[in-house]
Design a protein around this ligand. Sequence first.
Ligand SMILES: [Zn+2]
Length: 103
Amino acid sequence: MRNPNTFCKDCQKPLYRRPSELKKWDNVYCGICKKSHMKEFAISGNDARYLRYIKMWKNGEVTGMKGKYSISNHIKRYLLRNMIISVVNVSGVKLINLQIKYH
Ligand SMILES: [Zn+2]
């Protein structure tokens, strides 16, 4: 194990990284924090696809169907999300929490 020369940006754990790697990245993360960030990246990438799909669906460019008989996952998600939002308007705090959890 080499002497640490940098810190994890999230949890401040001392880390060693090769100087060439340090030059490449602005932020250094330990294994655990990196994993959680990868999940974030995956989710936001997925979101971009989802939003594009919904836009196309509204414009009538895609059917919203997956195959012949099932609804696209994007559309399912859209309907679910909107359903939760409309319930929130009716009955308050408890369901607002539910919405945050879903996101
Ligand atoms: Zn960390």
